[in-house]
Design a protein around this ligand. Structure first.
Ligand code: MG
Ligand code: MG
Ligand code: MG
Length: 307
C-alpha cells in the first residue's frame, strides 16, 4: 500500500511541490509514496509544474484507511476532514506546530525556515540521495514563492543556501528573474471568479475558540487588483457568514512595495487595531512591511483574540 503525501487545503506551490519531492525521496528510500493534493493547483503552481515537466498530483479527498505523511501543515483545520481515520507516518513542515496528534511515534521534520522544500533539501542530503534536476527546479520555485524571492521575514540563510544549491542542480542561474516571472504569473487575476481569488491561498484558524479565515493574494503591483477590490470586499463578507466564521481577512500583498492592504469582514473589527495598532478605514487598512501571514499576521491576531 502506497503512502500518500499531501499538503494543506487551498494548496500553494510549496504544498504541492513538497509532496512531489518528498514522494520521490521516500520512494527512493524504499517507501512507495504517492504525492497528492487537497484541491486544484493555482496558476503559479501550474506554471512551475509545466516548466519542469510535471503533471499535477492526484486529488485526495479522504485519508480513511491510508498511511499518510503531511507536508507544509500540521493543523487539523487545514488537513483532510477525516484525517483521524488515517495513520500519520510523518510531518515535514515549517509552520508553528499545529493540533495534529498521533497514536504512534512519527517521523517529524519541522524546522523554523521559510519553506518546506528547504527542509526536504536537507533530508535528501541527510539520506545521501541525489536530487533529480526537475525536482530541484520545483523545490527552488517553492522557496522563491514562500520567501517572496527572499524578501519575506520568514526567509532564513538556510533557504537562501538551499535555493542557490537547487538552482545549480536545476540549471537556473538567475533566481530573481525566475522569481519575478513566477510572481507575474501569480499576479494575473483577469477572468478568475472572485470566490476563487479569495480561496486561492486561504487558511482557517482557531483563535481562542473563534474561527478566523485569512486569505492572501501576492501581486507585483497592487494596482492590478484595483478593479476587483470592491468585489473581493463583498465576497469576504459572504465567506465570513459561512461555516461559523467570526472574521475573514484578505491580505493584498504588494511584493515590490513590501506591504499589504488588508480587507476586513469581522463581527468585531476592533481586533484589527488591537492586533496592528492602526485603525482601519472602511474595512481596510494598509500594513506597511507586512508580507507574511504566518509570522506577521497570525501571531498578532492570536494575541488580539486571546484578550
Ligand atoms: Mg503553504
Ligand atoms: Mg510552505
Ligand atoms: Mg505563501
Amino acid at each position: 500500500m502506497a503512502v500518500y503525501i499531501f499538503g494543506h487545503k487551498s494548496p500553494d506551490s510549496d504544498a504541492v511541490c513538497a509532496a512531489i519531492a518528498l514522494a520521490d525521496l521516500k520512494t527512493k528510500l524504499g517507501v512507495e509514496s504517492v504525492p497528492a493534493m487537497q484541491g486544484d493547483p493555482t496558476p503559479e503552481t501550474k506554471f512551475i509544474l509545466d516548466r519542469f515537466g510535471f503533471s499535477a498530483p492526484e486529488f485526495l479527498g479522504s485519508g480513511a484507511g491510508k498511511q499518510v505523511i503531511l507536508v507544509d501543515h500540521s493543523d487539523l483545520a487545514q488537513s483532510l476532514d477525516d484525517l483521524k481515520e488515517a495513520e500519520i507516518l510523518g510531518i515535514v513542515d515549517h509552520h508553528k506546530l499545529g493540533d495534529v496528534t498521533t497514536s504512534s511515534p512519527l517521523e517529524a521534520w519541522i524546522w523554523p525556515v521559510g519553506c518546506t522544500c528547504t527542509v526536504i533539501k536537507a533530508m535528501y542530503g541527510f539520506f545521501g540521495v541525489e536530487i533529480p534536476k526537475n525536482i530541484a527546479g520545483i523545490m527552488l520555485c517553492s522557496i522563491l514563492s514562500d520567501t517572496v524571492i527572499f524578501k519575506s521575514v520568514t526567509c532564513t540563510d538556510q533557504d537562501k543556501e538551499a535555493a542557490e544549491a537547487l538552482g545549480k542542480i536545476a540549471g537556473e542561474s538567475d533566481l530573481k528573474a525566475l522569481g519575478m516571472e513566477m510572481f507575474t504569473v501569480k499576479s494575473a487575476v483577469e477572468g478568475t471568479p472572485t470566490r476563487d481569488l479569495v480561496f486561492r491561498d486561504f487558511k482557517d484558524f482557531n483563535m481562542s475558540g473563534t474561527k478566523v479565515g485569512i486569505g492572501q493574494l501576492e501581486v507585483v503591483d497592487l494596482a492590478i487588483l484595483d478593479a476587483v477590490k470592491p468585489a473581493l470586499a463583498e465576497e469576504i463578507k459572504a465567506v465570513k457568514a459561512e461555516e461559523g466564521r467570526h472574521s475573514v481577512f484578505l491580505l493584498l500583498t504588494d511584493i515590490m512595495k513590501e506591504g499589504s492592504e488588508m480587507l476586513i469582514a469581522s463581527d468585531d473589527p476592533s481586533v484589527v487595531e488591537k492586533a496592528f495598532g492602526v485603525a482601519p478605514k472602511e474595512n481596510q487598512v494598509w500594513l506597511d512591511g507586512v508580507m507574511s501571514r504566518k509570522k506577521q499576521v497570525v501571531p498578532n491576531f492570536e494575541k488580539a483574540f486571546a484578550g
